[in-house]
Ligand binder design. Structure first.
Ligand code: SAM
Length: 117
């Protein structure tokens, strides 16, 4: 992981927390839900998901461009402009995990990303 940048409210999960959340998410993926996982502002979760299962379909939505290292799995996301996302990613996720600073606009971004029933 890259170093924490406090200016961006970056506080990475402990190893134990990251593994626990990643295991729970992978359980959901291995069930009946075949869908990519949207990791909003939680790069540690993305990294652990990929570490535990390199085939896990996951997309990281993050403001910090250091995570462009994840290639097409990275999408720039600014919670001040939650609607500004590629059209093809809207309504295409059944699992959305979000941990933005101060938990801002979680509901709105989740609504934009969740797959419609
Ligand atoms: C509280 S941390 C959550 C990180 C999580 N605990 C982890 O370990 O992956 C907040 C996250 O929001 C991101 N962030 C900061 N400013 C943002 C913005 N304007 N829009 C979206 N995300 C932002 C930070 O880069 C950081 O990854």
């Amino acid at each position: 992981m890259v170093s924490e940048e406090w200016r961006l409210s970056q506080f990475w999960y402990s190893v134990e927390t990251a593994k626990t959340v990643a295991k729970e998410v992978l359980k959901l993926c291995n069930g009946s839900v075949i869908s990519p996982v949207a990791c909003i502002a939680c790069p540690t979760l993305y990294a652990y998901l990929k570490n535990m299962d390199p085939n896990a379909p996951a997309q990281l939505f993050e403001y910090d461009k250091r995570f462009e290292q994840y290639g097409c799995d990275y999408t720039f996301y600014d919670y001040n402009h939650p609607e500004e996302l590629p059209l093809e990613l809207k309504h295409s996720f059944k699992i959305v995990v979000a941990d933005p600073p101060y938990l801002v606009r979680v509901k709105l971004i989740a609504e934009i990303l969740f797959a419609e029933k």
